[in-house]
Design a protein around this ligand. Structure first.
Ligand SMILES: Nc1ncnc2c1ncn2[C@@H]1O[C@H](COP(=O)(O)OP(=O)(O)O)[C@@H](O)[C@H]1O
Ligand SMILES: [Mg+2]
Length: 254
């Protein structure tokens, strides 16, 4: 088991792990141009702010620790501290795994804005709930299923992805409630559900390679020092389970 670190130590580790890509550096260093509550047709469960950052050509989305609804977090088995940490951790994992996961998940950094530390996610275009990436065997949807199974995504409903028809690209947003522990609540996991229902749960050779790399990493790609305990242990255990069974896990099987 990895040691349980206090939040302050995990934030220091996260800040040390982020940066180094052009998008992350731009989000970390650009001056704040505007900051306003994000009104949306798909209201979420946490307070998300739209943030304009000088040097970043799209709006970004900021989720502060203080905006987390503690009762909802509790329902997911999470503390009010976890959503911004989980958001950044999902990106760090996608970044380390590389293609195709680093294209599915928008870049995300921890940054203080408006006097409030939180996760800052690069804005992406597209429609929520579009059926295109939900088609059986569609490659980006298959990759999303592997990723969501690995991160124990608890809330992948139709409003938590975007499909951009102009470039035929799927983006996954909202990783606040992920890195679940066994028996934690699962609200939705559409990509896992469809991949399993389509009889396509078996891992590809590339997926086995990605999972084996994570298992071989002594600190779970650095996430052992960032995620709230025991979430990094659970992450590594899911990867081992998937390798042992040769397939992604069931929906809600954390
Ligand atoms: N990276 C992003 N790109 C585009 N829109 C985003 C992004 N992150 C958040 N949003 C917008 O903000 C809303 C709320 O963010 P989300 O991460 O889903 O938080 P929650 O559902 O926990 O409140 C989303 O439904 C979406 O409209
Ligand atoms: Mg959401």
């Amino acid at each position: 088991m990895f040691p349980a670190l206090p939040l302050g130590d995990r934030v220091i580790n996260l800040v040390g792990a982020q940066g180094g890509t052009p998008d992350e550096d731009a989000m970390l260093n650009g001056h704040l141009l505007y900051y306003a509550p994000h009104g949306t047709a798909n209201p979420g469960v946490n307070s998300t702010y739209a943030a304009g950052i000088d040097g970043v050509p799209v709006p970004c989305f900021h989720k502060g620790f203080a905006g987390v609804d503690a009762a909802i977090a509790h329902r997911y088995g999470q503390s009010p501290d976890t959503p911004p940490i989980n958001e950044c951790s999902a990106w760090l994992l996608a970044k380390t795994l590389g293609w195709p996961y680093n294209l599915l998940v928008p870049s995300c950094v921890l940054r203080e804005l408006g006097g409030q530390p939180g996760s800052l996610s690069m804005g992406i275009h597209g429609k929520p709930g579009d059926p295109a990436p939900l088609a059986a065997g569609y490659p980006q949807g298959m990759a999303a299923a592997l990723f969501d199974s690995l991160i124990a995504q608890q809330d992948r409903h139709l409003g938590n992805y975007r499909w951009d028809p102009a470039i035929s690209r799927l983006h996954l947003i909202d990783h606040g409630y992920a890195f679940a522990r066994p028996n934690d609540y699962c609200n939705a996991s559409v990509f896992v559900e469809i991949r399993r229902r389509s009889g396509l749960a078996a891992l590809t050779a590339d997926e086995r390679g990605s999972l084996n790399a994570l298992i071989a990493s002594p600190d779970v790609f650095g996430l052992a020092g960032i995620l709230e305990a025991p979430r990094a242990d659970c992450l590594a255990e899911r990867a081992r389970q998937m390798i042992a069974r040769g397939e992604i896990l069931n929906m809600g099987e954390f």
